[in-house]
Design a protein around this ligand. Sequence first.
Ligand code: 5RP
Length: 267
Amino acid sequence: MDWGIKNRLSRIIKSDGRTVMLAVDHGYFLGPIKKLEQPCKTIAPLISYTDALMLTRGVLRTSVDPANDIPIVLRVSGGNSIIGKDLSNEAITVSIEDALRLNVCAVALSVYVGSEHEHQTLINLTKLIDEATRYGIPVLAVTAVGKELEKRDARYLALSCRIAAELGAHFVKTYYCEDFEKVVKSCFVPLVIAGGPKLKTELDALSLAYEAINEGASGVDMGRNIWQSENPVAMIKVIRAIVHEGTSLTKAQAMFKSLKSKKKSKK
Ligand code: 5RP
């Protein structure tokens, strides 16, 4: 691997081999979803607990202080919307020159294996890898499922992650699922997990993060289960403890309850 790619990756995935990425890129197809109406307000309290920010160039240019040295993972695929016909109909939406201008640490693109536009999204990935590699920029492949949430099983995700790694993605983002170890084993590059739509409780989200790390994920790239929580700072602090300190689930859940009650008593 080239020095530039290794250097950029090491800014995202820390020396313990782990990372806590914060995803705030949802607006590129979901629009102004709850708690991300004003991205700067969502990002500001969480940025100091984050190893890398995943976002679009619009949010980066308007909502993140350029003096901040947070590593940026720039979403560079899109071209669809939640009300459109087919979420898989994506293209590359940012030139490599603009990614360089923005001094990003990695670029991210979704692949939709098994969808109508499977071929197109996989070719998008290979084109992006060729371009980005030329400039020493790592590529994060996101194994998207679109509206078909039932696709999130180990067989499907192992297939998607393996294809992304075989095509040259430097790291892969996927979902946690039952038999997640099978997904981890299938993929020879680091895997991070998305949280998916907000779960019933924060304790469920912490459990998801814990299980994923315990079963071999290199970290998380979570969004809604952090910033749609009533206690987003407590959430990200506890997720950091799980990811970087190996905190047990019982301790993590207790830590969350304690941070939550401290916040309440301050009010
Ligand atoms: C959308 C994405 C999102 O960044 C991803 O889904 C992570 O956020 P969440 O934890 O809210 O699912 O890549 O394709």
